[in-house]
Design a protein around this ligand. Structure first.
Ligand SMILES: [Zn+2]
Length: 319
């Protein structure tokens, strides 16, 4: 049997209470690593998002796939952030638009867009005559298109195909993505009835261009939008009049006269509003980028200040 010495207990107790006070610890290595991971994550997070959604010119095919008609209207109309426009025309043999139509399109672009430079690029492609769906058109576009919207450059793509639109064989042209337009050359030729297809082609090229600019009412509110034909104008002399887009409508409209190729005053007023108003969709990428990078900066400063405070306290206790 052993009897504990009470004095020893007192000694141990005194010894324990006499231990030097623990000093505040400087940030440990894992803490620094943790902070570095947080900052690095926030800095790099926009990259995978940009690759997934096609922001900042990364993955432009995916960006175009998810871009509704009119979603690039402000970027097309404004000189900022993209001051240059490339208009790419890919056409099957026999489906190329007449030079007079391309020239008129060029005029309308210069009248409506605030770009420092607009250039046209033409390509010949081999395509079968078919009844085209928008998916099939986009599949061809992916394989032949060379210029996509990206940082510092806006782009428009005209795909001139033989055959017709699968959903409605009377459709002459179709804006089917934010910068993608199809032109159905055979349907235009049929509508021209063996005559010069240039006047109708001009109208189709400019009409679909107008849709990409958000006309009529695709972006914002347009007082001149025809409630019976959404996306189109009530004015028969306007190139955005609904009837110019189909064989049936154009046949009734022509009446021996050339179809309209001008945006009317109401359209030009609508375009002015869209030009001055950024679209919410285009603001998302820079906002996400700013939030992530400002968050990284705040985390970096907070970590640096915490470390400095701990070091100052440690120095004052050991002095
Ligand atoms: Zn239309």
């Amino acid at each position: 049997m052993s009897i504990d010495n009470p004095l020893r207990r007192v000694d141990r107790s005194l010894a324990t209470s006499a231990d030097p006070p623990s000093l505040p610890r400087a940030p440990r290595r894992w803490t620094r690593l943790h902070a570095a991971l947080i900052v690095g994550f926030l800095v790099l997070l926009p990259l995978p998002l940009a690759a997934a959604f096609g922001w900042f010119g990364l993955n432009p095919v995916q960006a175009e796939r998810t871009a509704p008609v009119g979603s690039l209207a402000h970027e097309l109309l404004s000189g900022f952030p993209d001051n240059a426009l490339t208009v790419e025309i890919a056409a099957a043999p026999g489906a190329s638009p007449p030079p007079a139509s391309v020239s008129l399109l060029w005029n309308r672009m210069n009248e409506t867009l605030q770009k420092g430079s607009i250039r046209f690029v033409s390509e010949r492609i081999a395509l079968p005559s078919a009844a085209w769906t928008t998916d099939a058109l986009f599949s061809v576009e992916q394989s032949v298109r060379q210029y996509w919207p990206g940082l510092g450059q806006m782009a428009l793509f005209y795909l001139c195909v033989p055959g017709s639109y699968a959903v409605d064989p009377g459709v002459l042209g179709l804006a089917f993505r934010g910068s993608s337009i199809a032109v159905f050359a055979d349907t235009i030729a049929t509508t021209a009835g063996g005559g010069d297809p240039a006047p109708i082609t001009s109208t189709v090229l400019i009409h679909e261009f107008g849709h990409e600019l958000g006309l009529v009412g695709l972006v914002g509110n347009a007082p001149n939008e025809d409630p019976s034909h959404p996306g189109h104008s009530t004015d028969p002399s306007d190139v955005m009049y609904y009837a110019v887009e189909t064989t049936a409508g154009l046949g009734g409209l022509l009446g021996g006269a050339a179809p309209p190729t001008q945006f009317d005053a109401a359209d030009l007023s609508d375009l002015q509003t869209v030009r001055n108003t950024p679209i919410a969709l285009e603001l998302i990428p820079p906002i996400v980028l700013a939030v992530c990078w400002v968050g990284a900066l705040i985390a970096l400063v907070a970590f640096w200040r915490a470390g400095r405070k701990a070091r100052t306290l440690a120095a004052s206790l050991t002095a």
